[in-house]
Ligand binder design. Structure first.
Ligand SMILES: Nc1nc2c(c(=O)[nH]1)N[C@H]1C(S)=C(S)[C@@H](COP(=O)(O)OP(=O)(O)OC[C@H]3O[C@@H](n4cnc5c(=O)[nH]c(N)nc54)[C@H](O)[C@@H]3O)O[C@H]1N2
Ligand SMILES: Nc1nc2c(c(=O)[nH]1)N[C@H]1C(S)=C(S)[C@@H](COP(=O)(O)OP(=O)(O)OC[C@H]3O[C@@H](n4cnc5c(=O)[nH]c(N)nc54)[C@H](O)[C@@H]3O)O[C@H]1N2
Ligand code: SF4
Ligand SMILES: [Mo]
Length: 761
């Protein structure tokens, strides 16, 4: 344990170190504890990755822990109307009995597809759901799998799947070594970075400029990130794919393609050249709102910089051409020789990754089955969250009648949220694993609260695979919890959906998972522990009685990872004990080239021109005419984030919520004047699917013709229990986003470039 204890005159004070789980940046925190209270949280200056960086959310971790509105015990709802229902605190056993009964009832009568599951963003920020959601999905055996991935990064998984054969092999910009960063649709000064784990992203951006490099930001809004870049390139929302494909065209047209060391294992260059031929800068310029010469210059600069990284995020992904844009980002990196080289876009190799493979695999495909109502193909076994309301509201065989949510708030986060929220009210049964009774979970029959982030162990599993340095850090729970750990809650849900008795011992699930992981390690080709027994290895990883199964599973991954100790066979290697003895994290060095070994395409190459992406290019081309012809005076709605909030769920923390009201409609002075809107006044914003009345904020930081509302607001729904968030609820922008418009290749929602009309309210 990473505890240093000092005794002062009054009471005992101890220092603890752990990774902040709240966003992808994964900062190291230093917590001072006195009398079992956290009295201070600051950035851990000795942390080898974050070097003391922290944002206001990290220091508010304690406020989340002590928030009186945070649930500590399960709740059961009495009454059908969410506005008048009463909630009863019950024991865990009682709660699980209700859950088993409710889920079994639906499964027995209507079959497994009648139960849907939705997994939200924090499920990848906590070990319990990160490790137990997959077995829960397997046990449930339903096709109705949904997650926040389809309002977020699914286009990146799909483009990586096609390009590299592995949807989880995602290149990140090598921020610490690049000479040129071209960033689209990302605002790390507020978000702290995404699909790019980089504590102090702003500082790393400053360093690029300090060492003579250049940062260019493409965004319809002059964000804080754009303000701190060398250049801001305003773009019409929804047209990143057009811009990026035209840049690819320029590289070919001007003979700037230079694959460098990649040349030996890249295919599809000729097909790519002809597929993008028609996307000339002149053709896309009027649609993107960027001059043709400027587009050429952007492409030439990426090609001529000593090293360069192109990086796109939410604004680029949550768009109608999200997969094409995501693909084009990495095509640009590849064609300029920047993929998989220092200073370019590289593939991390976290401690828990075996880093094996011979560069070939089964490739990537979608559409093994399709959604019942709209026929959307499954992508990574998921359907688009945009279609969950259809599946609940459309009668027939396979209709969704029950729902499990884990760490999600789709009533605020999913497109067409108004209809989806109505649909939740019609379910026969719903159970939510969540620490709050919020806009979504108020519809649940049972809410099962997980422990707080200070009551669980921490290894930021999902995000070390996206980090700009190879890094590892683990910490045990800081405080004990009264209730079960989240993986134990999910274990009980697994028992419930498999039909086991509510009283059955959920540790059987733990044993199954751990033994399965150990057996896989023994069976691996060239395994250093071939021939050893599961029992023997299990004894090694379970030796510390204070560790739980999620720790054991992480331990197995690390021990059998590329730098692991193989249960002692390689005594210098890594294990959880080693991480526990390194409270400031373990630095495994800068990113190193991983191609071609990491590829999993059938050809064993980077497949630059995958047929599904090529087949979508005519749709992109056709949109040049439709976008160009868009109604005069039409406004396009985009989203934004703020440093002091986190999607929908941190508006109840007083220290974060205070200050200037942030759920405002940003509008350019010229549009405001034309429409008769006043700063501080109200505006009615209307889209094809919904309407909200929002507070107006006039600013020239947003492009004319564009308006912006943040998501995650609208905390005035009846039946929630937010005492602070409810004071200034804001409005739910996803009432306006259209669930019928998707990126067809990934099923991802379109959350930006929403056509709206705005009138004074
Ligand atoms: N218009 C628009 N909509 C968007 C976006 C946008 O840019 N614009 N962004 C999208 C993106 S990128 C995302 S990721 C989604 C997020 O969408 P969701 O994941 O659906 O929503 P969150 O607001 O992150 O809600 C997280 C929930 O998890 C709970 N929670 C917090 N910690 C834990 C925990 O440890 N365990 C459990 N079980 N629950 C926990 C919280 O109480 C909350 O209910 O929103 C999307 N929606
Ligand atoms: N403080 C805070 N941090 C967060 C979160 C949070 O809610 N609050 N959420 C976390 C999550 S779940 C995620 S996924 C990440 C997201 O991290 P980022 O991707 O950095 O997300 P945003 O800050 O929303 O930045 C998106 C930018 O895209 C711009 N944009 C909108 N439409 C377009 C377009 O069509 N083209 C281009 N080029 N730009 C466009 C917007 O103006 C905005 O500046 O942040 C994570 N970190
Ligand atoms: S930047 Fe993210 S990880 Fe770092 S302290 Fe803030 S919320 Fe936590
Ligand atoms: Mo996200």
């Amino acid at each position: 344990m990473s505890i240093e204890t000092t005794v002062d005159s009054s009471s005992e004070t101890s220092l603890h170190h752990r990774t902040c789980p709240l966003c992808e940046a994964s900062c190291g925190l230093e917590l001072t504890v006195r009398d079992e209270q956290v009295v201070r949280i600051r950035g851990d200056r000795q942390n080898v990755f974050s070097r003391g960086f922290i944002c206001p959310k990290g220091s508010a971790l304690q406020r989340l822990h002590t928030d009186p509105d945070r649930l500590r015990r399960p709740l059961v709802r009495h009454g059908d109307d969410v506005g008048t229902a009463t909630w009863e605190e019950v024991s865990w056993d009682e709660a699980f009995a209700v859950v088993a009964n409710g889920l079994r009832g639906v499964i027995d009568t209507h079959g497994r597809d009648a139960v849907a599951i939705y997994m939200g963003n924090p499920s990848v920020h906590s070990l319990g759901p990160t490790l137990y959601n997959a077995p829960l999905i397997r046990a449930l055996g339903s096709r109705n799998i949904y997650s926040a991935s389809t309002v977020d990064q699914m286009p990146k998984h799909v483009s990586s799947g096609y390009l590299f054969g592995n949807p989880n092999l995602i290149p990140v910009p090598d921020l610490d070594r690049t000479d040129h960063l071209l960033m689209l649709g990302a605002n790390p000064y507020e978000s702290n970075g995404s699909l790019c784990t980089a504590p102090d992203f702003p500082g790393r951006m400053r360093d690029i400029r300090a060492r003579g490099g250049k940062v260019v930001v493409v965004d319809p809004m002059r964000t804080k990130t754009a303000d701190n870049a060398d250049e801001w390139v305003p773009i019409r929302p929804g047209t990143d794919a057009h811009l990026l494909v035209a840049m690819v065209q320029v590289l070919f047209a001007e003979n700037l393609v230079d694959l460098g060391g990649l040349a030996e294992f890249v295919t599809g260059e000729d097909e790519l050249r002809s597929a993008v031929e028609a996307f000339t800068p002149e053709r896309v310029a009027p649609v993107c709102g960027i001059d043709a010469d400027e587009i050429r210059r952007l492409a030439r600069e990426v090609a001529s910089a000593p090293t360069a990284a192109v990086y796109g995020r939410i604004g680029t992904h949550t768009a109608a051409f999200g997969t094409i844009a995501s693909w084009a980002v990495d095509v640009l990196n590849a064609l300029t020789g920047n993929l998989d080289r220092a200073g370019g876009a590289m593939f991390p190799l976290p401690a828990h990754d075996p880093g094996r493979g011979n560069g070939k695999g089964r490739g990537f495909a979608v559409g093994r089955h399709t959604s019942r109502v709209r026929g959307y193909p499954e992508v990574r076994r998921e359907f688009p969250i945009a279609t969950l309301a259809d599946e609940i509201l459309t009668p027939g065989d396979g209709q969704v009648r029950a729902l499990i949510t884990v760490a999600g708030n789709p009533s605020l986060s999913a497109p067409g949220a108004g209809r989806l929220d109505d649909a939740f009210a019609q379910l026969d049964f719903m159970v939510s694993v969540d620490p709050y009774r919020n806009e979504t979970t108020r519809h649940a029959n049972v809410i099962l609260p997980p422990p707080s982030a200070l009551e669980r162990s921490e290894y930021h599993l999902a995000f070390y695979s996206l980090a700009v340095r190879n890094f590892a850090d683990w910490a045990p729970p800081l405080f004990p919890t009264d209730g079960p750990q989240e993986h134990e809650i999910l274990g009980r849900l697994i028992l419930a959906v498999t039909g086991a008795d509510a009283g059955d011992d959920p540790t059987v699930i733990d044993t199954l998972l751990l033994d399965g992981a150990l057996q896989a390690a023994i069976d691996r080709a060239d395994s250093p522990v071939a021939g050893r027994s599961v029992e023997e290895l299990r004894e090694i990883v379970t030796a510390d009685p204070d560790r739980s199964t999620v720790d054991h599973l992480v331990d197995v991954m690390i021990r059998t990872g590329h730098a692991g100790d193989w249960f002692g066979v390689m005594p210098e290697g890594l294990s959880l004990d080693g991480l526990a003895a390194s409270p400031h994290g373990v630095d495994l060095g800068p990113l190193t080239p991983r191609l071609p070994a990491a590829l999993r395409t059938t050809s064993g190459t980077v497949e630059l021109a995958p047929p599904p992406v090529r087949a979508d290019l005519p749709r992109l081309y056709a949109s040049l005419d439709t976008i160009g012809a868009a109604a005069e005076g039409e406004l396009l709605l985009i989203g934004r984030r703020h440093l002091r909030s986190n999607n929908s769920w941190m508006h109840n923390v007083d220290v974060l919520a205070k200050g200037k009201f942030r759920c405002t409609l940003l509008i350019h002075p010229s549009d405001a004047a034309r429409l008769g809107l006043l700063d501080g006044g109200a505006a009615v914003v209307r889209s094809r699917v919904g309407e909200v009345t929002a507070a107006v904020e006039v600013t020239d930081s947003i492009s004319p013709g564009v308006v912006s509302l943040p998501h995650g607001w609208g905390h005035d729904a009846p039946g929630t229990s937010f005492s602070i968030a409810g004071e200034r609820p804001g409005v739910n922008t996803n009432v306006l986003t259209d669930p019928e418009v998707l990126d067809p290749l990934s099923g991802n929602a379109v959350l930006n470039a929403i056509p709206v009309t705005v009138i004074p309210g």
